[in-house]
Design a protein around this ligand. Structure first.
Ligand SMILES: CC(=O)CC(=O)SCCNC(=O)CCNC(=O)[C@H](O)C(C)(C)COP(=O)(O)OP(=O)(O)OC[C@H]1O[C@@H](n2cnc3c(N)ncnc32)[C@H](O)[C@@H]1OP(=O)(O)O
Length: 450
């Protein structure tokens, strides 16, 4: 694979990569089952769910009263009262209150970004242990007041006399009472993520059948993983749920084929995205414990995998140059090149299933000769992902996608899969994570069995 002669269209030149000799190991993870929005967690706040996921992690690894180096987590949809919900979750847990904690936000890549940030701090020697995580609730989405009402309320707060207050209240008009609710729309285009993906799905000519098959496999693989007990030490039951409530073990290709398109309806016969091959709105939280190998040993804890490296990319979706969710297409070749790796060297591919069309468009771009040459600066296509290695324990289409919590779900599952696999041809088993994010961004990472 060559990365020379990269055009201005192509990726940035690879940087030198991690320089530290210390490595960051993944000890394990814990999440609560993911719940469809409006379901089991309808009465839970982000703080409730993040605290529950953290508490499960603390219990699993005996971290009561421990002072952890740092805890970093975040949520995409946050109430203004949650200015640092990670710190509040720490204070609500059995961890030492002397554990520093902060929120980070990188849309759907939040969970992965917190893992990478903490693993870099571990590698640099700034901390010896860290907990990464993420949480989101579309059930408890923050609803703001309109701009007009906000101005009136601020004036009201400043008013000194009753007469002044009454005058200000008299300015309220019915239109001011309309709530300002968050949505999945991109601020610069006004299109929802699903509508953006519908354009990309059509551009890459991804068939309805291929999308439904990917969705079907996601449910089948997730169900099989539950059956073999894969999640027994990754999930703590919460509010009566012990499995992701979106999982449909009984779904069929025939049933999926009957669902009506929900995105890209103006594309006519090319409208292929349905509720079955799109992620549902979801509530949930996840956490991951990271440390140096020495710290894990000293605490008698397992070392499942190491965080080799990560990379981020962004695309110009505003002017239609690339699809909104296509940034990982550029980040992955950069990351592989930095380590002299190809797809042949990867044993598991964890590609976040925002929509089935996202995964399939990404794979199509990597397999495309012209795209490889003109956009990635390679001699040909990046390569073909072996489907038998793709999302083998299910992914977001079946588990659901509580935005910021998805990265932690993937990292903890992949670390366990790599630990189970051990070595391949005498080298540590290796897994690639790819997460697309709102705003035309993407974050990717490589983990290796420890
Ligand atoms: C955020 C980032 O930074 C990056 C990203 O990840 S981008 C992704 C962000 N996420 C989103 O944009 C969320 C997108 N999803 C949605 O908006 C909504 O889930 C949706 C519009 C796709 C569907 O909403 P909905 O209509 O409420 O779905 P829902 O009622 O569950 O399903 C519709 C029908 O399909 C059926 N169905 C859904 N999945 C099925 C399956 N796997 N098998 C069989 N039937 C299924 C349901 O049973 C339902 O049937 P009935 O009408 O007979 O009850």
């Amino acid at each position: 694979m060559a990365t020379a002669d990269v055009t201005t269209d192509g990726p940035l030149e690879p940087t030198t990569g991690p320089q530290s000799t210390r490595s960051a190991v993944i000890v394990g993870g814990n999440r609560i089952p993911f719940a469809r929005t409006g379901g089991a967690y309808v009465k839970s706040s982000n703080q409730d769910m993040l605290t529950a996921a953290l508490e499960g992690l603390v219990a699993r690894f005996g971290l009561q009263d421990q002072r952890i180096g740092e805890v970093a987590a975040g949520a995409v949809l946050k109430h203004s009262r949650d200015f640092n919900l990670t710190r509040e979750a720490v204070l609500g847990s059995a961890l030492s209150p002397e554990t520093p904690a902060y929120d980070l936000q990188q849309a759907c890549a939040t969970g992965l970004e917190t893992v990478l940030g903490l693993s870099n701090k571990i590698k640099l020697g700034q901390i010896d242990s860290g907990i990464a995580g993420g949480v989101d609730s579309a059930s408890d989405a923050p609803i703001a007041v309109s701009e007009g009402l906000r101005e009136i309320l601020l004036d009201l707060n400043r008013a000194k006399t009753t007469v002044q207050k009454l005058k200000i209240i008299g300015r309220i008009r019915p239109k001011d009472l309309a709530p300002d609710a968050p949505n999945t729309g991109e601020p610069r285009t006004g299109l929802s993520m699903g509508e953006h993906q519908a354009l990309t799905t059509a551009q890459w000519k991804i068939s309805r059948e291929a999308q439904d098959e990917l969705a079907f496999n996601s449910h089948r693989n997730l169900a099989a993983a539950y059956e073999r007990g894969f999640f027994d030490d990754l999930i703590t039951p919460y509010r009566g749920l012990n499995r992701d409530s979106n999982l449909r073990a009984d779904t069929t290709l025939e049933k999926l084929a009957t669902l009506k398109p929900v995105f890209g309806k103006n594309l006519g016969s090319e409208a292929t995205m349905t509720a079955g091959n799109s992620t549902p709105l979801t509530d949930g939280a996840s956490t991951v414990l990271l440390a140096t190998g020495e710290w894990a040993d000293a605490h008698g804890l397992p070392k499942l995998a190491t965080v080799l490296d990560g990379e981020a990319a962004a695309v110009d979706f505003v002017h239609g140059k690339d699809g909104l969710l296509m940034a990982p297409v550029f980040a992955v070749p950069r990351l592989l090149a930095r380590h002299g790796l190809t797809f042949e060297d990867i044993d598991f591919f964890e590609i976040h299933e925002a929509f089935a069309g996202t995964v399939l468009s990404t794979l199509a771009a990597w397999e495309d000769e012209e795209f490889g040459r003109t956009r990635l600066g390679l001699d040909g296509p990046l390569g073909k992902v072996d489907r038998a290695k793709l999302n083998v324990n299910g992914s977001s289409l079946a588990a659901g996608h509580p935005f910021a919590a998805t990265g932690g779900r993937i990292v903890a599952s992949l670390a366990k899969m790599l630990h189970e696999k051990g070595t391949v041809n005498g080298r540590p088993a290796r897994g690639l994570i790819s997460v697309c994010a709102a705003g035309g961004q993407g974050v990717v990472a490589i983990l290796e069995a420890a």
